[in-house]
Design a protein around this ligand. Sequence first.
Ligand code: CO
Length: 172
Amino acid sequence: MSRLPIRLYGDPVLRTRTREVSEVDDGLREFADVIRETMVEADGAGLAANQVGDLRRIIVVNIGENDTTDDVRVLVNPEITAREGTMKIVEGCLSLPGIEEEVERTARISVSYMNLDGETEKVEVSGLQSAIIQHEIDHLDGVLFIDRISPVRRKFLRGALKKISRGSKQPA
Ligand code: CO
């Protein structure tokens, strides 16, 4: 199975809003396999299509209760339909290697999405799984988790971000 290179902070595709998928077809299912494999190989908990340079509204998330790959799902056109409570959680991102920061997120969410058979499904998650899905949906809107930290923390990270950004411009 093939994998795709993960785009790093500084690549404009990470700031680009993705487009709704109108239909699930074989081409999309093939892409789903690739993005799923890319996330698992990178040891990530989630990955959004634009992180591999694709502008379809698709995310892959590992929402298993254990830190394994026991519930890896591909969510097409994911949408948060209900929110409850807030929490603080430390996040990282495959596009921002080496950076971990505390972010405030909604504690419990309901998410509706299209599965790979083109059917609408719904999932309710809390805690880490909820943060993962919110983080990935943010990606689809061109938003990164460092946008959700304090200006003081962001300033503190400036050097590290610059370094990643330089790396993003090197040919893969
Ligand atoms: Co990320």
